[in-house]
Design a protein around this ligand. Structure first.
Ligand code: SF4
Ligand code: SF4
Length: 95
């Protein structure tokens, strides 16, 4: 798995936080990631076309994404940068 050029420009997690940063201009719409996602939260955005002429991938439900990174592992074009969910302080976890 190559390191996404987007990841190299992101020394810190994105704000507002999201589990995926998508370099949609690199997406070729092959849908390999759609098949690989165990939570079924990826879909082509058929309302838009990227600079390559393809419908780019989009995250449909950020709250259901587990940051498993299966999508990043299978994508041939290093479109995804995956961030793990921020850890909650211990006192909040106990509630
Ligand atoms: S990180 Fe896992 S759950 Fe989230 S979109 Fe990618 S494959 Fe799906
Ligand atoms: S695997 Fe990569 S190139 Fe293919 S649809 Fe998903 S994000 Fe786009």
């Amino acid at each position: 798995m190559a390191i996404s050029p987007v990841a190299m420009r992101l020394p810190r997690p994105p704000v507002p936080w999201t589990p995926l940063v998508i370099a949609e201009e690199r997406c070729k719409g092959c849908e390999l990631c759609v098949a690989a996602c165990p939570k079924s939260v990826l879909a082509l955005d058929r309302g838009r076309v990227n600079i390559l002429g393809y419908h780019p991938i989009a995250l449909t439900d950020a709250s259901a994404c587990t940051s498993c990174a299966f999508c990043a592992r299978i994508c041939p074009d290093t479109v995804f940068t995956v961030w793990a969910a921020p850890r909650m302080p211990r006192e909040e976890r106990a509630r």
